[in-house]
Design a protein around this ligand. Structure first.
Ligand SMILES: Nc1ncnc2c1ncn2[C@@H]1O[C@H](COP(=O)(O)OP(=O)(O)OP(=O)(O)O)[C@@H](O)[C@H]1O
Length: 462
């Protein structure tokens, strides 16, 4: 897809000048023109504008005041000021107010073209810096597919549909990687050079959801001190990711449906529809068809977004991927914390395999960070695992042996305590027993009961 032409808005009361500028620029840009600052501001509210050429002397609101308002309301627009005369003071003021450049009306056509091109490039550069900054922040996000059939199927589906503009509905429990998958769809689509805008609808206060999504005009409600672009406009030429779509209020569901069907939105307090060009990816961990049955989610919207469904499996259902995920995370945090940790001992890994991972990959990643942070050896051992994970894993193991939950908790604590003591005593059982003031036979007995198998193996090997 060819990149959309940038839009230049000319504000000049001199018709001849407007025509000249239009003629010079229309080959490379979409050019709009108005004759007053007031019209300029209203145009700015209705259409997407990238660059502006402003006459300094205008009837009504003057060029400098217009510049100030543009800066205040639309930070991303680059402005070039044009004046009939060279007036150093005005030029200085214009630059101070944030104009990209100031020129007089006796400009050379090529010089003007070059100037506009440079302003446009500066804007691209700024966008690029912003998107690179976001990428650096997300640099840790190496997407791990693993070997499970379910994940392979999801990834192959994504590869097939990324380049289509169809809406993708990602479902999966919290922390299974829905946002990450959405980013991947964007990165593999023809919109990859455009922005990826993510909104978690459950995290936005309900009274702000509408203006967050659709933007608002200045003064449209108390607190709307300046015009604000909504996420739909910010996602222009890119991808809009709406997480927790099931949380959207019914009346906003209707507005979303219109945006999808007409590619048009209306800002809060706005009087005109605005064209938008976005690809939608939505996610939910709720059962949307159930929400439809209960009348909490519009059926027509459900069908409109459920074009390509992609289901991410829970981590407990793809345990075969645990090793690969853990490797990636351990490597990442070892590098970040400058630790020597390179892996995890089999016995510790076995505990993680028994654990149910209610928080899915997010929980695994946080746990890896915590384990690497506390581990000073080459391999993470059972002693580095947090007690609650050991307890939960032990519960899973002993659930059908009729032990009470209290007994399980006591056992998990005892096991963790003994492990730490053994680590400290470098696995010298006799020394550890002395340290704990326990008879050697008691310690050995408890180690056997608590399945400290790794230790038992070491003992045998010694
Ligand atoms: N396949 C993967 N490979 C590597 N890291 C992953 C993967 N999936 C998820 N993660 C990591 O797990 C964390 C949670 O992922 P993400 O935010 O995409 O989940 P989510 O399903 O959108 O969660 P929620 O429903 O809570 O918003 C992120 O930090 C992400 O980097």
């Amino acid at each position: 897809m060819a990149p959309a032409l940038k839009t230049i808005l000319i504000v000049d009361d001199d018709e001849g000048m407007r025509d000249t500028l239009m003629a010079i620029l229309k080959r490379d840009y979409r050019v709009l023109s108005v004759s007053s600052a007031e019209d300029g501001l209203s145009r700015l509210r209705q259409t997407r504008v990238d660059l502006m050429l402003l006459d300094v002397r205008l009837p009504g609101i003057g060029g400098l005041e217009l510049l100030r308002q543009v800066r205040e309301q639309r930070d991303e627009v680059e402005v070039i000021m044009i004046s009939a005369i060279t007036d150093v003071e005005t030029a200085v003021q214009a630059m101070k107010l944030g104009a990209y450049h100031y020129i007089t009306k006796e400009f050379d056509y090529d010089a003007l073209r070059a100037l506009v091109r440079n302003a446009s490039e500066r804007q691209d550069l700024r966008n690029r810096v912003e998107s690179l900054t976001a990428q650096v922040q997300a640099q840790d996000e190496e997407f791990v597919t693993g070997t499970s059939a379910t994940m392979k199927a999801v990834v192959s589906l994504v590869q097939k549909v990324a380049r289509l503009d169809s809406t993708v509905l990602i479902t999966g429990e919290s922390g299974t990687g829905k946002e990450m998958l959405a980013r991947r769809i964007h990165a593999e689509s023809d919109r990859r050079k455009g922005p990826f805008i993510a909104v978690n609808l459950a995290a936005v206060p309900s009274e702000l959801v509408e203006s967050t999504l659709f933007g608002h005009e200045r003064g449209s409600f108390t607190g709307a001190v300046r015009q604000q672009l909504g996420k739909f406009e910010l996602a222009n030429s890119g991808t809009l990711f709406l997480d927790e779509i099931g949380d959207l209020r019914l009346e906003l569901q209707a507005k979303l449906l219109r945006a999808i069907q007409e590619d048009e939105i209306e800002r809060v307090g706005g009087r005109h529809p605005i064209q938008v060009d976005f690809r939608l990816v939505v996610a939910t961990n709720a059962d949307l068809s159930e929400a439809v049955r209960q009348g909490r989610f519009r059926e027509d919207l459900f069908y409109r977004i459920n074009v390509i469904p992609a289901r991410l499996p829970a981590l407990r259902d793809r345990k075969e991927d645990l090793g690969q995920l853990l490797d990636v995370f351990i490597r990442r945090y070892a590098l970040r914390f400058r630790k020597v940790v390179r892996g995890i001992e089999p016995s510790a890994f076995a505990v993680l395999e028994r654990y149910a991972w209610p928080g899915n990959i997010r929980e695994l990643q946080n746990l890896a960070e915590r384990m690497v942070a506390v581990c000073d050896k080459a391999e993470i051992t059972e002693a580095d695992l947090p007690l609650e994970v050991q307890l939960a894993a032990l519960e899973a193991l002993t659930a059908d042996q009729g032990e009470s939950v209290l007994d399980q908790a006591v056992a998990a604590f005892e096991r963790s305590y003994l492990l730490k003591a053994l680590e400290k005593g470098e696995w010298n059982i006799a020394a550890t027993a002395r340290q704990l003031r326990l008879p050697l036979s008691t310690l050995k007995h408890r180690m056997g009961r608590l399945r400290l198998t790794d230790v038992t193996r070491r003992l045998r090997d010694a």
